[in-house]
Ligand binder design. Structure first.
Ligand code: PMP
Length: 378
């Protein structure tokens, strides 16, 4: 039986492996999930209500490939309100999660053999988007810069085949944010930036900037999964430069057709009505971040760079092992706590473990206690 080389070679998303192994553990272990990258909150009621209403009204058909105009306008209003920038609805593409938006953005910029610059560490799935397009990845390490991408290093990595630079602030897995100066410098690189802003709305210290403030020629990626607690709705968006939107639209028409219609109507409600719900969830995350960091300090975890956004904390475990994959499974087996191995995010963090604070305060305290005691005993 034939299976393509690409399908054969693609790496599993390790966090999913951990999650699935955690589900196989006996109930008595009281499994605590500190590996998952999704909010534990329910989607705000006003959003769910809007989806039900849309379904009842029969809004269950294909929509315009870019999205219903109401949602594209609501997204533009969001950019004006949040960042003071003007976006034209004709440049907005709504698709099935920011994942599909990323794939379309990569496909619009990269031919086989073209290069994309991304950070090491970075979100586990990014390299695989490049691989399915036969694009080449140039990694820029960030660990020595406190996990903040250095624009000078990016400039040094650019060569004749570089077609895109991918940035992600706040970052998964580090929770670190890029400041205004770095973003402005990156915008000057002369290469199209893809800015994954999926963790916007979850910044707890300092300012939050969209790449769109610094250039009109970037592709901005965002979506409803994180700040609106809507992972299962599969609803994300991208803003394309005028020169690229038609190409992106053609890809969407062929590969996706459109985002789910009732989810789009829910998206309108999310942007127009769920502000207070999002604020309340952010407050809870903000408190959990402090709790997780102080609990980790108690047990001597080595957090090298203080996270200020998203819902992740990375801890260095190189005094124990550089095999974070093995250690993550050992931790799970021995403590019932799911954590994500750093190797999922790149070589630079192969001896790190990522903890997610998208869980209750009680579970964070108990989870860190169990892992802390286990690691001390090794
Ligand atoms: N980008 C980053 C950095 C992420 O962490 C995730 C989800 N874990 C995504 C994109 C994809 O999210 P979604 O497709 O649900 O919008």
């Amino acid at each position: 039986m034939h299976i393509s080389r690409k399908a054969e070679d693609i790496k599993p998303f390790l966090v999913m492996d951990i999650l699935e192994a955690a589900h196989d553990l006996p109930n008595e272990m009281g499994v605590i999930h500190l590996e998952v990258g999704e909010p534990d909150f329910d989607t705000p009621l006003c959003v769910r209500t809007a989806a039900i209403k849309a379904m009842e009204e029969g809004k269950t058909h294909y929509t315009h490939s870019l999205a219903i105009p109401e949602l594209r306008e609501a997204i533009c209003a969001h950019y004006k309100r949040t960042y003071g920038v003007d976006v034209d609805p004709s440049q907005v593409l709504v698709t099935t999660g920011s994942s599909a938006a990323l794939l379309i953005a990569f496909a619009v910029l990269l031919d086989a053999g073209d290069s994309i610059i991304m950070t090491d560490p970075r979100y586990a799935c990014y390299p695989n988007f490049a691989r399915v397009l036969d694009a080449v990845i140039d990694y820029v390490p960030t660990r020595n810069d406190g996990f903040r991408l250095d624009p000078d290093r990016v400039r040094a990595a650019i060569h004749h085949n570089t077609r895109a630079i991918l940035i992600n602030s706040p970052s998964n897995p580090t929770g670190v944010c890029l400041d205004r100066d770095r973003m402005a410098a990156l915008a000057e690189s002369g290469i199209t930036i893809i800015s994954d802003e999926i963790y916007h709305g979850l910044v707890y210290e300092g300012e939050q900037h969209t790449m769109r403030e610094f250039t009109d020629d970037a592709i901005i990626i965002n979506g409803f999964s994180k700040a609106w607690a809507m992972t299962g709705w599969r609803l994300g968006w991208a803003i394309f430069p005028k020169r690229l939107i038609r190409a992106a639209q053609k890809l969407q028409q062929n590969l996706v057709i459109c985002a789910p219609s009732f989810a789009q109507w829910a998206g309108v409600a999310a942007l127009e009505k769920a502000g207070p719900d999002c604020e309340a969830m952010k407050e809870v995350f903000a408190k959990r971040r402090i709790v997780m960091l102080s609990e980790m300090e108690k047990y001597g975890f080595r957090v090298e760079s203080r996270p200020t956004g998203a819902f992740y904390v990375m801890a260095n475990i190189d005094h124990i092992t550089d095999d974070s994959y093995r250690l993550a499974f050992d931790i799970l087996k021995n403590t019932g706590v799911g954590v994500t191995p750093g190797i999922d995010f790149g070589h630079e963090v192969k001896s790190f473990i990522r903890f997610s604070y998208a869980n209750s305060e009680a579970n964070i305290i108990e989870g860190i206690r169990r892992v802390g005691l286990y690691l001390k005993g090794l």
